[in-house]
Design a protein. Structure first.
Length: 158
């Protein structure tokens, strides 16, 4: 584990700082020809879990970036609850990942691009934990463009 300091640059917010690192995870997914979504779990300024989509490599539809990061974080913490942690993810979590965040009792979710088709926000009921704070739209353009570009290239190949 490594401590990351964002206080050296007062112009950069913690959310922007960690979203940039989540984007690096998304770029790792892109290099593996996975849908480029990246996620981090941060606790007290320390990244305790990270992940990117692995659904193609693992042939597992549940191998989303959030699931990878949440599981790694729980292992790092030595427990299953992450109340004092923040999940940073480049795309609005799907219903499955938002539901998992409920069970992990994540303290906060910060996401980049909204996902009107598959994001958990499209349903009317709240599926995250009642105490979970949610912030969306952090570096939205950069996060969305990475995914749009991926699918444009896929359509050209087919």
């Amino acid at each position: 584990m490594r401590y990351y300091s964002f206080t050296d640059d007062p112009v950069v917010s913690p959310d922007d700082f960690f979203m940039k690192l989540a984007l690096k995870e998304a770029e790792a997914a892109l290099q593996e020809d996975e849908i480029p979504i990246g996620a981090l779990v941060v606790c007290n300024g320390q990244i305790i879990g990270r992940g990117h989509n692995l659904t193609e490599r693992l042939n597992d539809v549940s191998a989303h970036a959030e699931m990878q990061a949440l599981t790694a974080a729980a292992n790092a913490m030595g427990g299953k609850y992450l109340q004092n942690c923040t999940l940073y993810v480049t795309m609005e979590p799907c219903v499955m990942c938002a539901g998992a965040s409920y069970w992990f009792q994540i303290g906060k979710i910060v996401f980049g691009a909204h996902d009107p088709k598959l994001g958990f926000g499209r349903i009317n009921q709240r599926i995250t934990h009642p105490k979970t704070l949610i912030t969306g739209g952090i570096m939205e353009n950069e996060c969305a463009e990475l995914v749009r570009s991926f699918f444009r290239k896929k359509r050209i190949k087919n």
